[in-house]
Design a binder for this molecule. Structure first.
Ligand code: EPZ
Length: 425
């Protein structure tokens, strides 16, 4: 167990290249199971979620090798195997690997996925997708077994644009016989990115980036090389750090239009934001101005993954605000902890109302999920005095090295400490 000791009153100032996207790398790795030839992925982030997904692929007989940010996969000798709880509990990818197994082998067996506890996160939409593609399912004791009786294409209308269920439908459709139609599809860049990867491997997909995908099944996919794009949520986190601290930063390697609604939010807080090609520059005022009401929505709406950081920004801004979380009903753990810094919040899910306060004070806080832990780190950077952040292991799931990145952005007074039970005061 690790904790972080964070010096207060640190102003963000600097520039960096943003790491590769976790939420694109993970489904792309799952899709490698469909390709019985070598695949090379570049700019793949060094994260515990990625390592855990590689371990699941190895269980399925996929050859995997990592050299820095490049990952080599070859699913030539892949074979069905059960993904047990030991390998599935760390993240959400076992449910996508079940879709990939149905596509490649016609059957599969998994333990339920783990991942951040930010809501109930049911699997009903994934199950609907599998059934539409002809799978028989048995779900019992947090385990799911599925077997596909036919390989024919399907017409699916998703009642909600779930990112994962859309990705599963894509995985099932690519090698089916005939043309599949997926309407009500999620439009997140991570869905479009998965499509682009598969198209590079020979898949036939139309409507990429829209809510209606048409996928003509092909007999087989071929080896390919693919670069994982910059992580829009990591970029949003660092831009918020600059906004909250009255700082300035220049981020490279992330497409500004991936962050459209969030950049608009930062502008409404009073930040100057300019975007060019694959770079975003932000200059913050001395103090942010609030008076806003925001609501998380599927892409291109306000991203739920940046909601905890947005709440942090509104805590330090001048004025009152309201944030409504419409996607994950329990994503308020960080907001609750922010009160320990002196933030004035009223949490009544699905809403948080926030009265901005100028001064916050160092505190000992507990991160309980990935993005929430990052938001608490940003609050600690703005507070007066030292803070201690526990639950740092969550950060390793999505941020390659947030201490390194913060140092590059001028916030060097952060150190990690190994926690040995009973060794702290
Ligand atoms: C992906 O999760 C991301 N994870 C999440 O990022 C992100 O918050 C989320 O999409 C929304 O953008 C990965 O890509 C690995 P969903 P996913 O299916 O696919 C409900 C992060 O911090 N739902 O779009 O699991 C669900 O409960 C993570 O990086 C069902 O009801 O999200 C939620 O309310 C956290 N039934 C909503 O849909 C289902 O079968 C959206 O979930 C599936 C989902």
């Amino acid at each position: 167990m690790e904790r972080m000791v964070i010096g207060g009153r640190q102003r963000v100032s600097g520039e960096l290249h943003v790491q590769g996207s976790k939420n694109l790398a993970l489904p792309v790795l799952c899709a490698c199971l469909l390709i019985p030839e070598p695949v090379v992925l570049t700019h793949c982030p060094l994260l515990s979620d990625v390592e855990e997904t590689l371990a699941m692929l190895q269980t399925l007989g996929v050859f995997v090798k990592r050299e820095g940010h490049t990952v080599f996969c070859d699913a030539k000798d892949a074979a069905p195997a059960k993904l047990s709880k030991e390998v599935t509990q760390g993240n959400r990818m076992s449910i996508l690997l079940l879709g990939a197994m149905l596509s490649r082998f016609g059957c599969g067996e998994i333990s339920y996925p783990g991942g951040c506890r930010i809501g109930k996160r049911p699997l009903d939409l994934h199950e609907q997708v599998f059934s539409r593609f002809g799978a028989e399912l048995i779900a019992l004791n947090d385990e799911m077994w599925a077997c596909r009786k036919r390989r024919s294409a399907a017409r699916i209308s998703l009642p909600y644009p779930s990112v994962g269920a859309t990705q599963n439908a894509i995985l099932c459709a690519c090698l089916s016989e005939g043309v599949s139609e997926i309407s009500g599809a999620a439009k997140e860049p991570e869905v479009a990115g998965l499509c682009r990867f598969l198209i590079g491997a020979g898949a036939k997909i139309r409507g990429v980036g829209t809510s209606k995908l048409l996928i003509e099944g092909v007999k087989g996919l071929r080896g390919t090389r693919f670069a994982i794009e910059g992580d829009r949520i990591v970029a949003g986190t660092y831009l918020t750090a600059a906004a909250m601290s009255g700082g300035e930063c220049l981020l490279h390697g992330v497409s500004p239009n991936r962050l459209g609604s969030y950049l608009e939010f930062l502008r409404r807080l009073g930040c100057e934001v300019s975007a060019k090609d694959e770079s975003i520059r932000l200059r913050a005022p001395e103090r942010l101005t609030s008076g806003l009401s925001v609501k998380t929505e599927p892409y291109p709406g306000f991203p739920t993954d940046l909601q905890p950081m947005a709440v942090g920004a509104l805590c330090v801004a001048r004025g009152d605000a309201n944030v409504e979380e419409t996607i994950f009903e329990e994503r308020f753990a960080a907001a609750r902890e922010m009160q320990k810094f002196g933030a004035r919040l009223c949490i009544a899910p699905p809403n948080v109302s926030i009265h901005g306060v100028e001064k916050h004070f160092g505190a000992r806080v507990q991160g309980r999920d990935l993005r929430g832990s990052a938001a608490l780190l940003l609050m600690a950077l703005c507070a007066q005095g030292e803070s201690i952040l526990e639950g740092v292991e969550y950060l390793n799931r999505g941020y390659e090295d947030i201490v390194r990145d913060m140092a590059l952005l001028g916030c060097a007074d952060i150190r990690k400490e190994e926690k040995k039970w009973g060794s702290y005061e």
